[in-house]
Write a protein of this length. Structure first.
Length: 501
């Protein structure tokens, strides 16, 4: 009964005209940036963070959430029609979706993606509503030592699941931790790592870092590549799958939803890992395994269900524990902090309308997405033909205006440009920036909780291993670290990411 009362509060919050409009705007923008190759939810949300300053917290989070799960829908359109995934998690969808389109089944592939996405999004949102409250209640037992250990576990897990070299991932996390420590030390009041620049006395703005690394960095990388549209499939017909198709996709959608819901919670996992894992499972157990890569409808249903389920359940650790499971959730935490809300288990008790309003809006948003995606396929096809050289100047201006509007300082624009160049250099060095963003968000929080724990224990570091929950999480972090160092695990991990690429 308590769940029903909470959901009633959520729908009452989400069904206001303002929040419905922001939900619609979020999912429409998410679909758009998912469709347009070269953009993504991380860059878009980073660019929109300054806009959220003037919005109510509930409306801001509903819109940003809509952009994230909306991009999972939109990314499948370009993957199927152009063989050019608009969103990273749609890479796997392109393997069979594009082959189906070339065989004249583009409509069937797009409908399968939409059905799988809608079902997975609906189920995952229900799981979020059911499991978030007990998890938040459990998190209320956490003290400073437990929170510190949880964040250590999160960072170690993000290393395990990060793309590319493990050494690069560890280096990026350390860099993020160091950048997060820049500014004035709260305890002593002395500046740290500011290079005698008064502009850095308050530290580096999260918006500046995110816009530079993911906004400008994406622009520079995308300008390097020549766009290919010659292989585009523009004729879409026969949207409704047959009864035989429904029988083939039912089990993959269920398996993809379950796998995606589980993997979405893991730090560093989310939609990308979920889509890859679901495709791999289906390829091994499907009776039509020989068709995979040649236009198997199961190869579209499973990863599309998994990436949407993963996108929804990644909100569980963010909303209940204040721990980001991926870069987008780190941006969501940044949006909460901008609004003056401390992420963590107290959000549910102190801001129930915000918590349940966001969950209810996900059901509404998933319905909006089905309505937007299938009837407007023709519009999305035409948008794909827009040359990127016409898009990037507008994105660049938007980034500069957004960063300047925060503190009205030119210095922030220069700093954003510096991080944009760094983002490009890191891409060339095959260093994924996502672990750095997690380190930047979690670093100051880890320091604060460690200091609190040591203050309570009068300087005794054994408090981290004498408290059962803290000791368990540190033990899990050590196990994950040993996994990282294991040659067998490293080889399996490298093979997995090579296959994904």
């Amino acid at each position: 009964m308590e769940l029903l009362a909470n959901l009633a509060l959520g729908f009452d919050t989400a069904f206001t005209l303002t929040n419905l409009l922001y939900c619609l705007a979020g999912v429409a923008l998410g679909t758009l940036i998912g469709v347009l190759p070269g953009l993504g939810p991380v860059a878009t949300i980073a660019m929109l963070l300054p806009v959220t300053f003037g919005l109510p917290p509930v409306s801001a989070l509903i819109m940003l959430a809509g952009i994230y799960y909306g991009a999972q829908y939109g990314g499948s359109t370009t993957a199927i029609l152009v063989n050019l995934p608009g969103e990273t998690s749609s890479v796997v969808t392109a393997l069979d979706g594009y082959q189906m389109a070339r065989q004249g089944h583009a409509g069937k592939a797009l409908a399968t993606a939409a059905i799988g996405s809608f079902f997975a999004g609906t189920v995952a949102t229900f799981l979020l509503a059911v499991f978030a409250p007990p998890l938040a209640e459990f998190a209320l037992k956490f003290g400073p030592a437990e929170y510190f250990s949880l964040m250590v576990l999160g960072l170690v897990a993000s290393v395990v699941l990060a793309h590319g070299s493990l050494l690069h991932a560890i280096g990026m996390i350390v860099l993020g931790l160091l950048l997060g420590m820049m500014g004035t030390d709260i305890n002593s009041g002395l500046p740290r790592y500011t290079f005698d620049l008064p502009e850095l006395a308050d530290g580096i703005s999260f918006v500046v870092l995110a816009m530079g690394m993911f906004g400008l960095g994406e622009i520079i990388r995308n300008l390097e590549h020549e766009e290919v549209r010659s292989a585009m499939v523009t004729k879409v017909a026969g949207l409704m799958p047959s009864k035989a198709d429904f029988r083939r996709i039912a089990a993959p959608i269920l398996r993809g939803t379950g796998l995606g819901a589980l993997l979405g919670i893991l730090p560093g996992g989310g939609a990308i890992l979920a889509a890859f894992a679901a495709y791999s499972v289906e390829k091994k157990i499907s009776p039509n395994a020989a068709q995979f890569g040649k236009g198997a409808i199961e190869g579209v249903a499973a990863p599309e269900s998994a990436n949407n389920a993963g996108a929804q359940t990644s909100f569980i650790p963010m909303l209940t524990l204040g721990i980001p499971s991926n870069p987008v959730m780190a941006l969501m935490i940044g949006a909460l902090i901008i609004q003056g809300i401390q992420p963590g288990p107290m959000v549910m008790t102190e801001q129930p309308a915000l918590f349940w309003g966001v969950i209810a809006s996900m059901w509404i948003g998933n319905l909006f997405l089905v309505i937007l995606n299938l009837p407007l396929i023709g519009l999305w096809v035409r948008l794909i033909t827009v040359p990127y050289r016409l898009l990037y100047p507008a994105i660049l201006v938007f980034c500069a205006i957004g960063v300047f509007s925060i503190n009205n300082r030119e210095f922030d624009i220069y700093l954003m440009a510096l991080f944009g160049l760094l983002g490009y250099v890191f891409a060339k060095l095959d260093c994924e920036p996502a672990p750095m963003l997690l380190g930047f968000i979690l670093g100051p929080m880890m320091e604060e909780y460690l200091r609190r724990a040591l203050l309570i224990s009068r300087g005794d570091p054994m408090v981290l291993v004498t408290r059962p929950i803290s000791a368990t999480m540190l033990a899990l972090a050590v196990v994950a670290l040993f996994l990282v160092l294991s040659p067998a695990f490293r080889k399996t991990r490298e093979e997995a990411f090579q296959e994904e690429e």
